[in-house]
Design a protein around this ligand. Sequence first.
Ligand code: FBP
Length: 345
Amino acid sequence: MTGQLTLEAYLQRYSETGPLALMVSAAIDAVATAAVEIADLTSRGHLSEVSGVATGHNSDGDLQHDLDVRTDEILRRYLSRIPIAAVASEEMREAEIRDPSAKICVAIDPLDGSSNIDINMTVGTIFSILPAPDDPTLAFHQRGTAQLAAGFVTYGPQTSLVLTVGEGVDIFTLDRAAGCFKLVRRGVRIAEGADEFAINASNRRHWDPAVRAFIDECVAGVDGPANRDFNMRWIGSLVAETLRILTRGGVFLYPSDARPGYGDGRLRLVYEAHPIAFIVEQAGGSASTGRERVLELAAQNLHQRAPLIMGTRHQVQRIEELHCDPLLVASVSAPLFARRGFFRL
Ligand code: FBP
């Protein structure tokens, strides 16, 4: 046990470390307060007037549910009460410049995995807190390494807040009776010897040879080069997959693939891949595109996608090795298999 330290007391301690930490704490507190409301809303399902019905598409063409819209409103309402230079959300076309004198910027994915809501599966809120650059229009073009804090909330059987302020990863659980988050796991470390992999295998025919080779090694189990058996999981909810990896280890892949529009995978860099990569690295794991560290990337535009391969360090390393394998690299550039070759229109 961790002595049931509340998030409020935790943030109070952290905020005493400096003026920037005070601003970051205020933003985390705002997200956590919004999350209590969102947890209530998502748990009511059809008893609520917003239950996850698809209502249209967001500015980037993704299917949008009524809960995406409502959770975005809730988060932005709480975030409007604190000084923020710029705020960005998956549900907004452009970032909003607010208070240019403020010291931090916040990016959010209000309801990640919302396509799972109608089947009562875990969904979540992801957030990334960045320093405000002199020109706030550049707020969300910073490298992931610039992040001051990142976290996500999972709305499942328990509502959990996973948080890093750059000093490891701590997990809090919502105590509904007390109406606050309490620390339940401190200094989370990703297990090394884990044998679970997660990928949407229905896209196999579109993957690069390196991804296919890695998954083939996993599936071959004791009969292949990995020389041990693996288990597969795919929840279709990034927050739930990340919580599993923080808890049990393993590897998650949403790689680039050859489907139109998936050349950089599916996940968004600023409010999905960056914060998840920061958390995973802080827990001793790795996060890569297959070719480079995710945290080294800087977005050219707010809704830019990035491949995300993350989890147990040695498994991510193995996938990176396969991306450099000369035979596999050669097969990508061979005309028949090239991205824009005969079979890749
Ligand atoms: P959204 O940002 O549209 O919610 O999509 C993100 C996500 O739901 C992730 O949570 C999940 O890992 C992935 O998409 C699942 O994608 P797919 O349906 O292609 O397997």
